[in-house]
Design a protein around this ligand. Structure first.
Ligand SMILES: [Fe+2]
Length: 392
């Protein structure tokens, strides 16, 4: 169901676009995959700017008489066309769900998606916040007359889905909260950010454009982008490390003089290479660091380190309790997170095992690859931006 790129002016007509000049919306490509036949579809896009970019997923769920969109993707022309195809087979988009209070990457596409489907009900997680100013939802482009709040106003498709909240947690600036839901017909447990399964090899999405992988596969800015399977793999491992740790341990920042000397090198004088500017060099094997990251997983599932160290560092009991609650649910066969790989085989027993593993292993470490995140968290605590008390 792959479609051609689309960057028509209508795609970019959304009111807060000028506020987010770095959000790379117009050139976005989308991979559409059927995850579970006639039940669940994945719309994948690359989300992020400059050096840190992660695959993001909107999951389209078949409900009685139509479709539900869980965690939005930017409604480019190819997304709208693929959704119209599904609507022709299964009925209209009935609801659009924003299942997180804090995940900006899932929130930004909701207003334009809601405008593309004016009959759909919009459901948002309570406690939405924006930074630096906390603006009311209508000011952010959410349609006031058809926006409801998850929990407070009930839940969409309540007899076909089972809902559960992780949080809310007080993050100082705002709150963290996300809603998972079990689609009973397929056994798929939909999540946003809480758990991920990082692809061992580059996700299929990068077949549409491997540039981000090739960019990161280089060791220095003056090296050209070379497309080989080995370079794609190396680039993927580094991209995942950037997204997981923001600044992995193996990364060094060269002096400015070296950075400038390598810039504008022949073969790199184009935007694709950022004109040869690459302010990092890898001091040791990124492959070993990637293997260590994957080794943390239990049957492929892990809490993204950036979340564990910056959002949940003092909230392990909350995460464990939530997983135990989910492990009591009947019929869980898959997990479908809003990032990286999906669907991932799952079971109530695995959810219980994950809770146990999180309780037993060191939580939110401070050394090695975790050091940069730990320093960031400690700075936020020291300056009073985030509360320091443990959350039970
Ligand atoms: Fe996310």
């Amino acid at each position: 169901m792959e479609a051609s790129p689309d960057s028509s002016p209508a795609d970019q007509r959304w009111p807060w676009w000028p506020l987010l000049p770095l959000y790379p919306y117009g050139r976005k490509r989308t991979l559409v995959r059927e995850l579970i036949p006639d039940q669940l579809w994945s719309f994948e896009q690359l989300q992020g700017v400059f050096y840190v970019a992660v695959p993001i997923r909107m999951t389209v769920v078949r409900v009685r008489g139509g479709l539900m969109l869980y965690a939005s993707a930017a409604p480019t022309g190819e997304v709208r066309r693929a959704l119209r195809d599904l609507e022709a087979r299964f009925g209209p988009v009935q609801s659009i769900v924003l299942p997180t209070a804090s995940g900006l990457e899932h929130k930004l596409p909701v207003p334009p998606l809601a405008r593309a489907f004016p009959q759909a009900q919009v459901w948002v997680t309570p406690g939405q916040w924006s930074f630096p100013l906390s603006l009311p939802l209508p000011w952010l482009g959410f349609p006031a007359k058809r926006t409801r709040v998850l929990g407070e106003d009930g839940f969409p498709h309540g007899d076909e889905l089972q809902w559960s909240s992780l949080g809310p947690l007080d993050l100082g600036l705002g709150r963290f909260q996300e809603f998972a839901c079990l689609h009973k017909a397929s056994g798929a447990l939909l999540m946003t950010d809480a758990l991920v399964a990082i692809n061992q090899e580059p996700p299929e999405l990068f077949n549409l454009d491997p540039t981000p992988l090739l960019f990161h596969a280089r060791d220095r800015g003056d090296q050209p982008l070379i497309d080989t399977p080995e370079q794609r793999q190396k680039g993927w491992e580094r991209l995942a490390l950037f997204a997981s740790f923001l600044r992995p341990e193996a990364l060094e920042v060269p002096p400015l003089s070296a950075l400038l000397a390598r810039a504008w090198h022949p073969g790199c004088r184009d935007p694709r290479s950022y004109f040869g500017i690459y302010p990092f060099q890898w001091a040791s094997s990124s492959t070993a660091a990637f293997a260590a990251l994957q080794a943390q997983a239990v049957d492929r599932l892990l809490v993204a380190p950036v979340l564990e160290r910056l959002v949940f560092p003092r909230a392990r009991p909350v995460v464990v309790r939530w997983l135990r609650e989910l492990s009591q649910w009947e019929g869980v066969r898959w997990i479908v997170p809003a990032h990286y790989d999906a669907p991932i085989p799952c079971s109530p027993e695995l959810l219980g095992r994950l809770a146990h593993a999180f309780e037993q292993r060191p939580w939110a470490p401070e050394d090695g690859n975790w050091e940069y995140l730990a320093n960031l968290d400690q700075l936020l605590v020291r300056t009073g931006v985030v509360p320091s008390e443990p959350l039970e």
